[in-house]
Design a protein around this ligand. Structure first.
Ligand code: G3P
Length: 244
C-alpha cells in the first residue's frame, strides 16, 4: 500500500469504530447482536435474495433487533424512481438508512433525501472522486468496496486512506466512511488504523476478530491448573468460597 498523506486533521477523530453486519440473515443478526458489539446492519439486493425472505418483512424484523442504522437499498435506477422508493423505505422504521448507488441519479436522490432529514448510504463507491461527490450530496455514509477493488488488483485500503484524508480536511463534510466489501480481519485492522468510522462485516469476519488459537490454548491451560486446586469461585451459584 502507498504511503498515507498527512493532511492536518481539522475534525475530531470518531469516538469509536462502529461495526455493522453485512447480512440479511436474521438468525445471524440475532446471534451477533447479543454480543453488544453490533452498531448497525447493511443489506443489499443480493443479500436480500440470499435470505430468501420478503424484503419488507425482513427489514422490519432487522430494524426491531438492531436499533442502529439499517441500510435498505433502492432498486430503481432513475431519480424519480429512487426518490419514491427511498421515501417508502424510510417510512419502514426510524433507523432505516436508504442506500443508493453512486450514479448521478443516486447522488441527486441522496441530496433530496438528505435535505429531508433521511439518512443516506451511498454505495458502490470505487474512487475518491465519487466519495467527494457523495459528501457534497449530504450522504450520512459512503461505502467504498475494498474487497472488490482488491479483486481487480487495485488497493482497496488505499482508497479508504484517501477518503479519510479528504473528509478530515473539510469540517463541513459529515459523511461517515463505511468500509464495505470487507473480506478479512486485515481489512478491519488497517481501516481502524486510518480512523475509518464504520466497517460493515460479514458475520464470519466479526467472529474471526475474536478467535485466536493462543487464547483457546491459554484458557485450556488455566482451567486445567484451576481444576487441580479443587476450588470454586461460586458456591450454590451465589457467593465466593475462599480456601481457609
Ligand atoms: O453490502 C455491500 C458490500 O459489503 C458487498 O460486499 O462481499 O459482496 O463485495 P461483497
Amino acid at each position: 500500500m502507498k504511503a498515507i498523506g498527512t493532511a492536518k486533521r481539522q475534525k475530531e477523530p470518531p469516538g469509536s469504530m462502529k461495526f455493522f453486519i453485512d447480512t440479511a440473515d436474521i438468525a445471524e443478526i440475532r446471534d451477533l447482536a447479543e454480543t453488544g458489539l453490533v452498531d448497525g446492519i447493511t443489506t443489499n439486493p443480493s443479500l436480500i435474495a440470499k435470505s430468501g425472505r420478503d424484503f419488507f418483512e425482513v427489514l422490519k424484523e432487522i430494524c426491531d433487533v438492531v436499533p442502529g442504522p439499517v441500510s435498505a437499498e433502492v432498486t430503481a435506477t432513475d431519480f424519480a424512481g429512487m426518490l419514491r422508493e427511498g421515501n417508502t423505505l424510510a417510512k419502514l422504521a426510524d433507523n432505516i438508512a436508504v442506500k443508493v448507488p453512486l450514479t448521478v441519479d443516486g447522488l441527486k436522490t441522496c441530496k433530496a433525501l438528505s435535505d429531508d432529514g433521511i439518512k443516506v448510504n451511498v454505495t458502490l463507491c470505487f474512487s475518491a472522486a465519487q466519495a467527494i461527490l457523495a459528501a457534497k450530496a449530504g450522504a450520512a455514509f459512503i461505502s467504498p468496496f475494498v474487497g472488490r477493488l482488491d479483486d481487480t488488483g487495485a488497493d482497496g485500503l488505499q482508497l479508504i486512506a484517501e477518503i479519510v484524508e479528504i473528509y478530515n480536511a473539510y469540517p463541513d463534510f459529515h459523511t461517515e466512511v463505511l468500509v464495505a466489501s470487507v473480506r478479512h480481519v486485515g481489512h478491519v485492522i488497517e481501516s481502524a488504523k486510518m480512523g475509518a468510522d464504520v466497517a460493515t462485516l460479514p458475520p464470519a469476519v466479526l467472529r474471526a476478530m475474536y478467535k485466536h488459537p493462543l487464547t483457546d490454548k491459554g484458557l485450556a491451560d488455566f482451567l486445567a491448573d484451576w481444576a487441580k486446586t479443587g476450588q470454586t469461585i461460586l458456591s450454590d451459584g451465589k457467593e465466593a468460597r475462599r480456601s481457609a
